[in-house]
Design a protein. Structure first.
Length: 178
């Protein structure tokens, strides 16, 4: 397929730009939306063969984008990306038309492989990968920050920790900004 069309729906502008450049180098014609509000208008002039959709788009759900993309063209291969993976959202994403579901961090190689994996794999490893306490803590902190629109003081109160303690933890990790 010459210049396959790819739509990236991701609210982290830095990450979406990085993905866009990477896929353009691979020969994709890329469009990026940082807000799901423009999806209907874009689909009037652009029909992607592939889509990458962030599960959480600010206060909106990426699942509505998956549903709209699948309704527009059921052949679109949709990969949902999330930093907050859960079985229930994975199941819903697939039911709504996603081809695959990946946890962040994922790169363009992971995403491209996910586009190609349309069929299920009955021989998939059933072993549970243990999650570290640090990873669980960071996911909980990040979720709380997202819930309070990245207000550090409000997040510290919800987490029951001192604001400076939370600020020090955030300095050690990348914190996405709008």
């Amino acid at each position: 397929m010459a210049d396959p069309k790819l739509l990236i729906i991701e609210d982290d502008e830095g990450f979406s730009k990085t993905l866009s450049r990477s896929f353009e180098k691979r020969g994709y014609e890329v469009r990026v939306l940082n807000d799901p509000a423009g999806l209907a208008a874009l689909l009037e002039t652009f029909t992607p063969a592939f889509a990458v959709v962030d599960l959480r788009l600010g206060g909106a759900s990426g699942l509505t984008c998956v549903q709209a993309l699948h309704a527009h063209d059921a052949k679109t291969r949709i990969v949902v990306l999330t930093g907050f993976a859960s079985i229930s959202t994975a199941v819903e994403a697939i039911k709504l038309g996603a081809t695959n579901y990946l946890t962040k961090p994922s790169d363009s190689d992971d995403i491209e492989r996910a586009f190609d994996r349309v069929e299920g794999d009955a021989s998939a490893d059933l072993a549970v990968r243990p999650t570290s306490i640090k990873t669980l803590e960071w996911e909980h902190i990040h979720q709380t920050l997202a819930d309070v629109d990245f207000n550090v003081s409000a997040a510290a109160r919800r987490l029951g920790m001192h604001r400076r303690t939370l600020a020090r933890k955030l300095e050690k990790r990348h914190l996405p900004r709008d």
